[in-house]
Design a protein around this ligand. Structure first.
Ligand code: AMP
Ligand code: MG
Length: 299
């Protein structure tokens, strides 16, 4: 497991304003790590990720058997920040039956005829499940905040785009998460924090690598021009919505192995804190099981 002190630094304390530039995006979060050297840290991270994957597979079985809680993992981040890869690597050992990944793109026409939270309600994980949101309702306080013109096409009542309008959206999100938490959903939110330089490298690699070209979208370049606007929108959204019940973690993401190891560790810890047990079998049920065994064996 990762030392608690490293995780504490990633957690956004409720009510505290943040500057994303205060968060580290690299692999050496401390002098101790720096002294150990990149290769040693990477090796250790790989071991921890492997352990976490196994622990997650086990924890998920328990979650499924227990059927009281669900886990919602929200992944947000700029284009190329590694959301898809993190999902693939962190969840690779988990039973697909108890796990659902939902990706959210530009809302459809039908979705736009409802309120912004509508499409997320039904996508929420059922009790016993781990749900992953690859992008989420947070896009609704990011993309249209950076490009207010988008709101004009959404048939919203007068007043959209004002400060009060955004305040109301943050409050809606807090209330949505409060409601789900109170009903047994453990919510973990990760912002994959990459530097602008690293994004440039990753976009270039997308353009130059044949197997990656399909991932490139021209909008990645246009949105990159709004980098500082997005950073500001993220800072505000994270500040407004990091709560004890649904905390935000700012994950250093310039190195994929760092981000994956941290995300996996934080999810495993959250499930372990639930202290789940397999359902107890009563003496009565035990007798039934025993009878069934004898019956089958005597066939
Ligand atoms: P990708 O994750 O590469 O498939 O891209 C999905 C795109 O949909 C991203 O550019 C998102 O910003 C965009 N998107 C997702 N949700 C919304 C939303 N509510 N409003 C506007 N754009 C959105
Ligand atoms: Mg994209």
């Amino acid at each position: 497991m990762i030392e608690e002190k490293y995780l504490e630094r990633l957690l956004v304390k409720p009510g505290k304003k943040l500057k994303l530039t205060d968060f580290y995006t690299g692999w050496a979060q401390s002098n101790a790590l720096r002294e150990a050297g990149k290769e040693a840290v990477k090796e250790q991270a790989a071991e921890i990720l492997e352990e976490s994957r196994a622990a997650l597979a086990e924890a998920q079985e328990l979650l499924w058997a227990d059927k009281q809680y669900s886990i919602l993992v929200i992944l947000q981040g700029m284009d190329t920040s590694g959301k898809d890869g993190t999902i693939k690597h962190v969840l690779s050992g988990v039973n697909p039956q108890g796990c659902r990944v939902m990706s959210f793109g530009v809302p459809t026409n039908d979705e736009l005829h409802h309120t912004f939270l509508w499409r997320f309600w039904k996508a929420m994980p059922r009790r016993g499940e781990i749900g992953i949101f690859n992008r989420s309702y947070y896009e609704d306080v990011l993309v249209p905040k950076v490009h207010p013109v988008i709101l004009e096409e959404q048939q919203l009542p007068p007043g959209y785009g004002s400060d009060a309008f955004w305040e109301a959206r943050y409050e809606d999100i807090r209330a949505f998460e409060r409601h789900h938490h109170a009903n047994g959903t453990i919510i973990l939110k990760f912002f994959l924090n990459i530097s602008k330089e690293e994004q440039k490298e990753r976009l270039l690699s997308r353009l130059k690598t044949e197997k990656k070209q399909w991932k490139f979208s021209l909008s990645d370049l246009t949105e990159r021009q709004y980098w500082s606007h997005y950073q500001a929108a993220y800072e505000e959204a994270i500040f407004q919505t990091s709560t004890d019940d649904a905390p935000w973690y700012v994950i250093p993401a310039d190195y994929k192995w760092v981000a994956r190891t941290l995300v996996a560790d934080i999810i495993v810890r959250a499930i372990s804190r639930l202290d789940l047990r397999y359902p107890e079998i009563s003496a009565e049920e035990m007798k039934e099981i025993e009878k069934a065994r004898i019956h089958l064996e005597s066939e």
